[in-house]
Ligand binder design. Structure first.
Ligand code: DX5
Ligand code: ZN
Length: 214
């Protein structure tokens, strides 16, 4: 399991947090983007913030929790992420969006909310590079991990095998030193960790604790 760190809920300033993360053992930076429409929360990014993200040496993944997806794909492809993930529930135009993200030379991920039936993803699973299984309701950092997520990961793993698909399975929300133990039993490819790391004084100490369980 690789670790991707979300800085949505952070103790330090945006710029300080990015510097700490760049020096840390985190495998990826997870950039949460919220528009105040698809979810209530809003995360404004200035040009300086986008530049700092672009300069940061960690590989990046962008998680769009927004409507107007093409607009946000245009804005965030500037930071050269490895992958852009959008919320399945935010659109019905999946074919179009998958192709659009590919034109930006990014891999494509689809995030699925805990209450959405996984079967809706079936037509797209051989066309995308990752599924982000949401283990909280999208919108806020610091929520509790929803245990049913474990079954959803197992189901998607089974489907992946049956379809001979190549998408990676990532989990996002409520991951900490206790829930990582449950996740270990179903082994997603990557976990997103937010407040457990960025809400703490010492990021490295938190990452070390998680890494013990990987
Ligand atoms: C939730 C976000 C997550 C979240 C992770 O809507 O997509 O990335 O901020 O933070 P924690 O680990 O605090 O749940
Ligand atoms: Zn996220």
């Amino acid at each position: 399991m690789k670790i991707s760190v979300s800085f949505l809920k952070a103790r330090y300033s945006f710029f300080k947090t990015l510097t700490f993360l760049e020096k840390s053992s985190a495998d990826y930076l997870h950039v949460d983007v919220m528009d105040g429409l698809f979810v209530n929360n809003r995360t404004p990014f200035s040009k300086e913030m986008l530049d700092a993200l672009k300069r940061n040496k960690k590989p990046k993944e962008v998680h769009l929790m927004t409507l107007h997806l093409k607009k946000f794909i245009d804005i965030f492809s500037y930071i050269e992420p490895e992958v852009i993930v959008y919320e399945f529930e935010a659109t019905t135009k999946h074919e179009e969006l998958i192709s659009y993200i590919k034109t930006k030379n990014c891999r494509v991920g689809i995030a699925i909310s805990p209450l959405t039936n996984l079967d809706y993803l079936l037509p797209y699973l051989t066309e995308i590079d990752m599924v982000l299984v949401m283990s909280v309701i999208p919108g806020y950092g610091g929520q509790k991990f929803i245990p049913d997520t474990l079954k959803r990961i197992e189901k998607l793993k089974k489907i992946r095998k049956e379809k001979k698909a190549n998408f990676l399975l990532h989990v996002d929300g409520g991951v900490n030193e206790s829930t990582i133990l449950d996740l270990k039993s179903v082994k997603p490819d990557r976990v997103v960790v937010g407040s457990y790391v960025c809400g703490a004084v010492d990021f490295d100490k938190q990452l070390e604790k998680l890494e013990e369980y990987l």
